[in-house]
Design a protein around this ligand. Structure first.
Ligand code: NAG
Ligand code: NAG
Ligand code: NAG
Ligand code: NAG
Length: 532
């Protein structure tokens, strides 16, 4: 038997990985409106693995599709939950067909993957830290360049830790991050202790290059405990049991230097003076300053996430989690994304109007998390947070593309979640080599994170004496195979060799990288793997 094991320099024999993964290896396309997926017949979180890579990919169910959702951008999210294996809880990028493009390895408890621009270049950012601290997180943001090299960590100032909910780059080289911090307050008005404790909500603007604090805002300086809708439930009596009265979850800065923030537990979107921190106005909640031109439906959102400006700071979008908020709201039987147009030109008579509401055909109700992203082509992407679903809508609110990454039968359980799901343009040129595996006479090749490979060129080479590296071999292109999905299978010529390698080429035929070389023999039944 041993004579069949062709051990190459640094290569690793991975005969056992097939059994260990516990799921089928191969590059299967997403399911299409598959009812067995929804009932959980394939598991709460259907996944697949690959011969050439250790990453684990979600296998989606595409319930409906539309050509306009395929705009060449990439879906970015962080699958997590009780049913998601720990090594699959990674920052994850999918292409617009639902194939995996990249999954990070080696990070623990991540959220909020985005592609953001800094000084004219695109970077991936995501949060990493401890996320099991009362519905928020203590950690930092990691910044990767287009080759997936870590270039920076963005940390909170003043000895605090960055929360998972927000890290939004501005166009002046700063990042806006959310922070949770325990504060000592008087809770007597709420039947609590005069020596009460809250989770205070903070946001900071941080200089990305220097880490210096540019601005800090603290919710308890401007909002009272009585502004909250969150039942205190006996919390707040002790420092180790603080009451989360505000729960900040998004921050954005406008062209005149003021901030727009979303607070879940006050059900408010507030506009904050960028000099003084004063609250300029409040939309929604107990301190609403707006006349509602839509019979209450523009201001009765609750427990919402992800407030963003649009249309030259006249429209606000958000994800309304109101179905789970204690305040009864007539539009909140289900989760919706909303576009609300506001007019603040007369400060004694400001108005709000519900422009468009986005409800998917499943009328999903997500108690927590979620987001709404208006895309460059006018479509709107909504991530359902606590439920394993995202839907892309036309600008008028019609659901176009509905995707599940977990079974409907397991919704509302927390089994499969992603805080946000967003889409971005992205070019990934990994600094690693492509990965290759030889299985039962076929080659399998993939390249975690590579977005530009269009074809795989199989090269064969010979050399009479034993070679230590691919430099010693004369390579000839033997065949070209169109890259499809994440992993591409390539048949090995029987009369060539004995060495083969596979080169990834882009749309212009330019070589982007080559796998390690493999020595092939007929009837090879072992698996070589280029990972370590
Ligand atoms: C990941 O986080 C969990 C929970 O905090 C911890 O038990 C585990 O050791 C961490 N793993 C790594 C690789 O850091
Ligand atoms: C945006 O609104 C401001 C203030 O109303 C106005 O001065 C500016 O011209 C507008 N910009 C665009 C691009 O419409
Ligand atoms: C602003 O609104 C108030 C209240 O409706 C109204 O009395 C006032 O005339 C308005 N001012 C302007 C400049 O339109
Ligand atoms: C290789 O082929 C054998 C015989 O057809 C089969 O039993 C085995 O499952 C195959 N192994 C893999 C990893 O596909």
């Amino acid at each position: 038997m041993l004579s069949q094991l062709l051990l190459l320099p640094n290569s690793l024999l991975l005969c056992l990985i097939v059994q260990n993964l516990g799921h089928v290896l191969g590059d299967s396309p997403p399911y299409t409106d598959d009812s067995r997926f929804e009932t959980g017949d394939y598991g709460a979180y259907p996944i697949q693995g690959f011969h050439s890579s250790k990453i684990i990919a979600p296998q989606l169910n595409l319930l409906s599709t539309h050509w306009s959702c395929d705009d060449g951008s990439y879906t970015m999210f962080n699958p997590r939950g009780n049913a998601v294996p720990e090594d699959a809880q990674s920052p994850t990028i999918l292409d617009s067909k639902g194939n995996i493009v990249w999954a990070a390895t080696g990070y623990n408890q991540t959220h909020n993957l985005m592609a953001q621009e800094y000084r004219g270049k695109q970077y991936l950012t995501f949060w990493s830290g401890k996320d099991a601290i009362g519905e928020h997180g203590n950690g930092e943001y990691i910044m990767l360049d287009s080759s997936y090299r870590e270039v920076a960590r963005i940390r909170a100032a003043n000895g605090l830790e960055a929360d998972l909910h927000e890290c939004r780059f501005t166009d002046v080289g700063t990042a806006l991050i959310t922070i949770y911090d325990i504060q000592h307050v008087d809770l007597t008005q709420l039947g609590g202790n005069p020596n009460g404790y809250i989770w205070d909500s903070i946001f900071q603007e941080i200089n990305i290059e220097t880490g210096e604090l540019v601005f800090q805002w603290r919710a308890s300086d401007h909002f009272a405990a009585t502004d909250s809708y969150r039942d205190r439930g006996g919390q707040g009596g002790r420092r180790d049991d603080p009451w989360d009265f505000f729960h900040i979850n998004s921050v954005e800065k406008d062209q005149i230097g003021n901030y727009l923030i979303s607070s879940r537990y006050t059900s408010t979107v507030s506009y904050i003076n960028g000099e003084t921190g004063e609250v300029i106005w409040v939309l929604g909640g107990r301190r609403n300053n707006f006349i509602d031109l839509s019979d209450g439906r523009a201001t009765d959102f609750g427990y919402q996430h992800d407030a963003r400006w649009h249309n030259n700071y006249t429209t606000i979008s958000l994800f309304n989690n109101g179905a789970q908020a204690p305040k009864s709201a007539k539009n909140a039987q289900v989760s919706s994304a909303m576009k609300i147009t506001i007019d603040t030109s007369n400060s004694t008579c400001m108005t709000a109007k519900l422009e468009t509401q986005y409800i998917n055909t499943f009328e999903m109700s997500s108690s927590s998390q979620g987001n709404m992203q208006v895309l460059p082509n006018g479509n709107t992407l909504v991530g359902y947070g606590y439920n394993a679903a995202f839907t892309e809508f036309a600008s008028n609110g019609v659901a176009l593309c509905e995707t599940h990454f977990g079974a409907t039968g397991r919704f509302h359980t927390g089994d499969v979640q992603s805080y946000r799901v967003m889409k971005f343009n992205w070019i990934g040129l990994p600094s690693t080599d492509p990965d290759i595996a030889l299985v039962n006479g076929s080659l399998y090749v993939s390249w975690n994170g590579a977005t530009e490979v269009r074809k795989w060129v199989l090269e064969t080479g010979d050399r009479s004496d034993m070679v230590k590296d691919r430099e010693g071999v004369r390579w000839r292109a033997f065949s070209k195979t169109k890259k499809s999905g994440f992993e591409t299978r390539i048949e090995i010529p029987t009369d060539q060799g004995p060495y083969v390698r596979v080169v990834g080429v882009d749309g212009n035929g330019k070589s982007l990288g080559a796998t390690r070389m493999i020595r092939v023999e007929k009837a090879t039944i072992v698996i070589y793997h280029s990972h370590n």
